[in-house]
Structures are given as structure tokens and as C-alpha cells.
Write a protein that binds this ligand. Structure first.
Ligand SMILES: [Zn+2]
Length: 282
């Protein structure tokens, strides 16, 4: 069944575990995330990013996810990831998304507050939850470490949440989108300070590539939603490279099927790590 972020993240925050938000791009990735969640009896967030909305895929993704969600009693969130367009947010809500992320992190704080508040009013009117972002979670190839001055500031986060009424807040605490150039660094002290200042569940973007210890600590410190994209993509691409290196010349459908197993393993590993043994049947 479909639920919104609050249904999953409020219990997660209270009980000290996190829910995985896994990026999907096509039918295979959607099926893999469902298979992993159902096999472990642990809810997940299916995340579809604005940047993957080629040729209006948003409606097709919504239909696929809705169909699979209706076949299970496991709570599932259909979430629009990183969206800078209010128009697309409204289209996602109309298509059946139960949660949206408005990403105004590149704007001045006052503009981010203004537009996030507008999105929250629209989404809440129809029971859709809103994730917002404050601080800079950079894209890959932007350097080894996120400098401290780009991290989310606790007092600004507190004000932002109070003024926007958002349901969850993505924060910058050192993680990076995509592949890391060097060793990932999470600023744990900053994370703890933000968690103390802010009432809503906190979200960690750029979850791929961090050590299990760092992720476990981040959950203990207040992270309730963790986004995983790159690691899923990497294992599928690696598998395809190997298949072609071995001289594959079979059918396309077999190729699609062959990348599901490694992706499934990654998603299951992450779900297990994030659950901290506090939810589901592991
Ligand atoms: Zn992100």
C-alpha cells in the first residue's frame, strides 16, 4: 500500500532506525526495490528524481509503482526526489506520488523558505508529504571534502523547519552525490547539533560509498531517511561491463534480467543496515 513519508519516518526517528530511499529509473529497478523490501518485510521509499524524467516518464513510473504497491500490504512511499520545478511537483502529485522533495538548496535562504512553504501548502492539502533541503550536498567530482562552511547550520535549520512546516529535512553534513573522489567524511558533531535543534526527521543524501559504521552512527545521531542511488547504478554497470567483456551476444531481455541480481543484493544490504535490527524480519 502507498503511504507518505510521515507514516514511515516518524516511527523510524522515534525507534532509532532509518528507511532507505532507493532511486529507480525503469521497470527493472522498480521491481528490484519492491522484491528486496517484500522479502525482508521492511518498508521502503521508491525515489524518482526530476533529472530522470525523460519523455515524461513520471506518469509511467507512478503507474508501475502504484500497481506493485497495491499488491502488497507493506507500506511504500512513492517519492519525487530532488525537484526544482513547482510544475513538476504538481504533476507528480496528480500522477499519484505520495511524497515530494522540493530542492531549493541552491537558492538564497529566504527564497528557499518562500518556495518550500508554497509547495508544503499545496502538498499538505492533498495529504502529500514534503522533504526540503538546506545546505549544500554537492555532486560528484566537486572535491574530496565538503568544506565546513557549506554544511547546514543548526540554527538556520530550526528556523527553516518552523517557517516552512516541511515534513523532513535533507541536510548537508559532508556527504556527496555520486562517487567519492577520496574517503567520505560525515561531520557527526554537526549532525548531532542539527538533530537537537530540529523536530522533523532528518535525511542523508549521498548515502552511497560511506562505511557501515558511519551510516550506523548517523542513524543513531538522528538520520531517519537515507538516499541510495550510485551504488545501485554501479553494480549494474559493472555487471554489464563483465557480460560484454565475456563476449555476450544474446537477447536484450536476458541482459536486463541479469543486472537485477546484483542490484537486489545492494538494496537488501542497505535495508538491513538501515533497519538496525529494529524493524522487519531479517
Ligand atoms: Zn540527493
Amino acid at each position: 500500500m502507498l503511504v507518505n513519508l510521515n507514516d514511515l519516518l516518524i516511527p523510524a526517528k522515534k525507534s532509532g532506525y532509518a528507511i532507505g530511499a532507493f532511486n529507480v529509473y525503469n521497470l527493472e529497478t522498480i521491481e528490484v526495490v519492491f522484491d528486496a523490501a517484500i522479502s525482508m518485510n521492511i518498508p521502503v521509499i521508491i525515489a524518482f528524481g526530476e533529472k530522470y524524467n525523460y519523455h515524461n516518464a513520471i506518469n509511467l513510473v507512478a503507474q508501475c509503482v502504484r500497481e506493485l504497491a497495491y499488491q502488497t500490504s507493506l507500506p511504500i512511499v512513492l517519492h519525487l526526489d530532488h525537484c526544482k520545478s513547482k510544475d513538476l511537483i504538481i504533476r507528480a502529485i496528480r500522477a499519484g506520488f505520495t511524497s515530494v522533495m522540493y530542492d531549493g538548496s541552491s537558492l538564497a535562504n529566504s527564497d528557499n523558505i518562500k518556495i518550500t512553504s508554497e509547495v508544503v501548502k499545496i502538498a499538505h492539502a492533498v495529504g502529500v508529504s514534503v522533504e526540503a533541503e538546506l545546505g549544500c550536498v554537492p555532486a560528484e567530482d566537486t572535491g574530496e571534502f565538503v568544506p565546513e562552511d557549506q554544511l547546514t547550520k543548526p540554527e538556520e535549520a530550526k528556523e527553516f523547519v518552523e517557517m516552512t512546516n516541511c515534513d523532513a529535512l535533507a541536510i548537508a553534513v559532508g556527504t556527496i552525490h555520486g562517487n567519492y573522489i577520496g574517503k567520505p567524511k560525515i561531520y557527526h558533531q554537526r549532525l548531532k547539533e542539527i538533530a537537537r535543534a530540529v523536530s522533523v526527521p532528518l535525511v542523508l543524501h549521498g548515502g552511497s560509498g560511506n562505511t557501515d559504521e558511519d551510516i550506523g552512527l548517523a542513524i543513531d545521531e538522528g538520520i531517519a531517511k537515507i538516499n541510495i542511488n550510485t551504488e545501485i547504478s554501479n553494480v549494474a554497470v559493472d555487471k554489464l561491463k563483465k557480460i560484454f567483456t565475456d563476449g555476450y551476444s544474446g537477447h536484450l531481455s536476458v541482459l536486463f534480467e541479469s543486472i537485477k541480481e546484483p542490484m537486489l543484493e545492494v538494496v537488501k544490504e542497505k535495508i538491513k543496515l538501515f533497519s538496525r535490527g529494529k524493524i522487519g524480519l531479517i
